[in-house]
Design a protein around this ligand. Structure first.
Ligand SMILES: C[S@@+](CC[C@H](N)C(=O)[O-])C[C@H]1O[C@@H](n2cnc3c(N)ncnc32)[C@H](O)[C@@H]1O
Length: 217
């Protein structure tokens, strides 16, 4: 796999944080979240982690289903935007625990959560197999990891314009990394949705299929 990056992850996401909700809507739809939550078969009252939470796309679906969420991101600005957004929506409720943290050492103790979600996060991290192991570490026995991310693609401009490190992933690699993280009942399937983005000069239009991968600890 190639790993060339032109900008520090934290800086890029700090810069785009105020516009992230608008950008995200132009990239992919809520169908991605619906699929992730349905694959995990989430139950009210349980505790979930939203890793690389951004402004809380996955978290929003989880709190609507009455789960508690530990939301982790390496961008302080993303977390601040998210806090501001949910402060009004969830006034007085203590459902979200915001934590600044990095892929390689998540600020969550071993075997703490029933579910871990990571949407459009894996293609930004430096070491995807290690990031998967770290998400498996925080799952309780029987807990479920669900990753929604990009299939392999050839759109180089996403690296330079959107801070992507990896040009999607072969599904066989994802399955192997889940196995190496000690997960079972692994399924890697289509979400049935695409991630769409245009290059800044308008000459390229990416349309990339999205996979959903799940595994149980
Ligand atoms: C493409 S955004 C997706 C945000 C959110 N999951 C969503 O679906 O809208 C990727 C997020 O991962 C975070 N991120 C990138 N690299 C990270 C790392 N190494 N550790 C923790 N978070 C990271 C970024 O700050 C950003 O908020």
């Amino acid at each position: 796999m190639r790993d060339e990056i032109t900008m520090e992850s934290g800086n890029y996401f700090d810069e785009v944080a105020p516009e992230w909700d608008m950008l995200r809507k132009s990239f992919f739809s809520k169908a991605v979240r619906d699929k992730a939550l349905s694959v995990a078969d989430v139950h009210p009252g349980r505790i979930a982690a939203d890793i690389g939470c951004g402004t809380g796309f996955i978290t929003e679906g989880l709190v609507q289903k009455d789960l508690k969420v530990i939301a982790v991101d390496s961008s302080q600005n993303m977390l601040s935007e998210m806090k501001q957004k949910f402060a009004g929506l969830l006034a007085g409720q203590d459902l979200i625990d915001y934590r600044l943290g990095e892929a390689g050492s998540l600020p969550i103790q071993d075997e703490t959560v029933d579910y871990a979600f990571a949407n459009m996060y894996l293609h930004h991290v430096e070491l995807p197999p290690e990031a998967i192991k770290e998400m498996a570490r925080i799952l309780k026995p029987g807990g479920v990891l669900v990753i929604t991310d990009l299939d392999c693609h050839s759109f180089e401009f996403l690296k330079h314009e959107h801070n992507d490190r990896w040009m999607g992933f072969p599904r066989d690699d994802i399955k192997r990394w889940f196995e190496e993280a000690g997960l079972q009942d692994i399924v890697v399937d289509c979400v049935g949705e695409n991630c769409c983005a245009s290059s800044s000069c308008g000459s390229e239009r990416a349309k990339i299929s999205i996979f959903v991968a799940s595994g149980k600890k």
